[in-house]
Write a protein that binds this ligand. Structure first.
Ligand code: NAI
Ligand code: MG
Length: 355
């Protein structure tokens, strides 16, 4: 098993270091780590935010553990040399078409949510968003019209695209509560009609999963009214962009939330993927030992689950994180005073108490 570690810029290396301590504590046999440069640090060393050797390292690995990229010193560089190109380049070069964003309420942190505590406590949803298609990638342009300049963007999904994201979502639902909600707008969009029919067809391969369908406007309402009803959601790029951010806000701090971007390639024990916190490089707090490493540690848990087939270890890491948060061990972002290193220490100690 090979993991490529790209810690990147700002707080990226600080939070990734804590995730690596947790990984070390698990003592997985036959695991090799490779470290590569991405972002501003890669630009300074190699003249590019995503050097060829970094990309090759990712291709040769079972999974990528990614920190964050971004540095204000690069603001004046042309777009293709900006640090953020590293993550965009990895997503497209590695064919990462499925974005998984879990959002679950943490006991004791309900006050961070924009929702009432009793509703925040009930959230435990995984949003599976298609990343390579939809209106973002369709034909687009500007034309003259009777009403002045008119912008247009074509929305489309073909069966093959829907099929592969649906399989990813059903597999993810199998590892959770075995309930999948497909979100579309099939009452008005042809794209959504094909989407829905295809998802229904794929469902035949997963008889244990209960599938239902929801229109996106209703899903947005239900996410804030009664989010506890959702287990796993699968949706297209546009609806998923909005719903995944909405689900995150229902939980609270950006320093708590992890994500996975999965590709098509199967590894020995799972699916190749890239795992990263949803936050960025946070230059305002970089180098101050203030960053919350929880999102990075939970990204590692997702990596263990989806790419290495290590469900037991993934659950142990998640329990350890829940444990320390419930004990009130957290940093400034959550109103506490623990440093990045102290939070890492606490997670590692807690891990030893969980079998
Ligand atoms: P950001 O997520 O880096 O920070 C937003 C706010 O949240 C800041 O006040 C920061 O201090 C705080 N914050 C973020 N993560 C935290 C953590 N783990 N613990 C405690 N507080 C935390 O977003 P921002 O400021 O918009 O972007 C900063 C840089 O990061 C930019 O260069 C941006 O392009 C880049 N970025 C990179 C991403 C990636 O690598 N995937 C994603 C988002 C932004
Ligand atoms: Mg977004």
């Amino acid at each position: 098993m090979k993991i490529a570690v790209f810690a990147g810029d700002g707080i990226g290396p600080e939070v990734t270091a804590q995730a690596l301590r947790v990984l070390d504590e698990l003592s997985l046999p036959g695991l090799t780590l490779f470290e590569g440069d991405v972002g501003a640090v890669a630009y300074r060393r190699h003249g590019q935010p995503l050097p060829d050797e970094t990309l090759e390292m990712a291709r040769a690995a079972d999974a990528v553990l990614f920190g964050a990229v971004g540095d204000f010193s690069c603001d004046d560089l042309p777009r293709h040399l900006r640090p953020e190109q590293a993550i965009l380049g990895l997503r497209s070069e590695l064919g990462l078409f499925a974005n998984l964003r879990p959002a679950a309420g943490f006991p004791g942190l309900e006050h961070l949510s924009s929702l009432k505590p009793e509703i925040a406590r009930s959230i435990d949803v995984l949003v599976v968003r298609e990343l390579n298609g939809d209106v973002y990638f369709g034909d687009k342009g500007e034309r003259a019209s009777a009403g002045g300049r008119e912008g247009w963007d074509a929305m489309s999904y073909n069966e093959a695209e829907v099929r592969r994201i649906a399989h990813t979502a059903f597999r993810a639902a199998m590892g959770r509560g075995k309930r999948l909600t497909s979100v579309d707008k099939a009452n008005v969009l042809e794209t959504s009609r094909i989407w829905r029919e295809t998802v229904i067809d794929v469902a035949k391969d997963y008889p244990e999963v209960t599938l239902d369908h929801m229109y996106v406007d209703n899903a947005a309402m239900q996410m804030v009214k009664a989010p506890g009803q959702f287990d796993t959601i699968v949706t297209g790029n546009l609806f998923g962009d909005i719903l995944s951010d909405q689900a995150s806000a229902c939980v609270g701090s950006i320093g708590l939330l992890a994500s996975a971007s999965l590709g098509e390639r199967q590894t020995e024990h799972g699916t190749f993927g890239l795992y990263e916190p949803i936050h960025g490089s946070a230059p305002d707090i970089a180098g101050q030992d203030k960053a919350n490493p929880v999102a990075a540690v939970l990204s590692l848990a997702m990596l263990l689950r989806h790419s290495l087939g290590r469900e037991d270890e993934a659950v142990r890491v998640e329990r350890a994180v829940e444990g320390i948060l419930a004990e009130g061990i957290f940093g400034g972002d959550l109103g506490g005073n623990a440093t990045t290193g102290e939070i890492g220490d606490a997670i590692v100690s807690k891990l030893l108490t969980i079998s």
